[in-house]
Ligand binder design. Sequence first.
Ligand code: GLU
Length: 466
Amino acid sequence: MTEAKKIVTRFAPSPTGFLHIGGARTALFNWAFARHHGGMFLLRIEDTDRARSTQEAIDAILDGMSWLGLEADGEAVYQHANAPRHVEIVEQLLAEGKAYKCFCTQEEVEAMREKARAEGKPPRYDGTCRPDGDTVRHVDGAPFVVRFKAPQNGETLIDDAVQGSVATANEQFDDLILLRSDGTPTYMLSVIVDDHDMGVTHIIRGDDHLTNAARQAQIYAALGWDVPQFAHIPLIHGADGAKLSKRHGALGVEAYRDMGYLPEAMRNYLARLGWSHGDDEVFSTAQLVDWFGLEAIGKSPARFDTEKLDNVNAQHINMADDADLVAETIALNDALADYAAPLTLAMPLLKDRATRLPDLATDAAFLAAKRPIGVDDKLQKHLNEENLTHLAALAVKLENLDDWSRDAIEALMKAYMDENDLKMGKLLPVFRAALVGSSQSPGIFDVLSLLGKAEALARLSDKFTR
Ligand code: GLU
């Protein structure tokens, strides 16, 4: 029995900007697929475009992946560093007659394209320098590029795990450049050589690369290399159905971190952008790894929906460990560091109400608020003479309450309201005004209990004593 080939995937971003949502999803799919199969997930920084690649963008990609928990196996590969190897392969193709030197000038190539356009054909290189039998064009001392001698007849077939079998007539393709006149390899060549050398078995990427795949398959064939399994995933669209772009407010993943989304919620939501497991909308990362497969990637573009992301995030906050959330909340408001004990007690209530992490800090702020509590305009009107009389009377009763639990407080207050024929809706805003000063907190019985008896009574008496 032969051992199955170890699965190797890679994420190959060009470091020209932040790690956007589409890139993060591509990374996640490659990661989940590798993890599912116990394979390897590699990272290759495609920094061959020296003018546009920046260290800042490399850092943003690395930080974004680390925040998302998509750690690559081994060191990142920097494509630019492999240039000598890429050139070596071009030389091999030249020696084997599978590539040729092209001495046409830029102006000549532009004229060919113009001519094709005028004839209503796709702009292309016309093959002037392509060797014909033994005739090889050579211009002494002139600069040249190296072009791939692409097959001209028949068709190139891609077996894509998402798109199915995709055939392209070879006459569609002109002879693409492998090596520029300055001796630098082109992206199309580098990507093939690197994927081969890194042992990549599966290439999962956006379907904007599908046409490249056919050209790449031709070069793989010329080199006698196995073509990796392609899986071209439909791009993500915005709510309006157009390709997701900055226009839709599409941001780098660090912006989602700063807005208070949890990495596990992002993994969950990003996975659902194009992949599905039955009707499951909310799942853990372990489940994702367990379930992930290419066959369940859809063919139509998924739409990015902030409301859905919020919903998934709220559910992951609810499932998250209380101690972790306490730490996150203190990180957002360090005044809460002195209130870790009541914050921990409050966390089950806080996380039930929160959509994003800052909601936890906002709803917990009452714990650290300093007396006298400032009251917002909406609540201030509840602090009228009549209500304050009730507040004072209730404060006396509360003062005599020994069991400072939420339930005992609730029973005492309900009894008072019944005796005085008062509705909850009348007295609760009065307590809210005095204890919190705004509508941002858990329920009032919980607030009373969490503040502790002394602090709660002090806040109440601040309002009715002049
Ligand atoms: N560097 C390419 C990009 O960022 C990806 C190439 C690939 O995945 O093959 O779009």
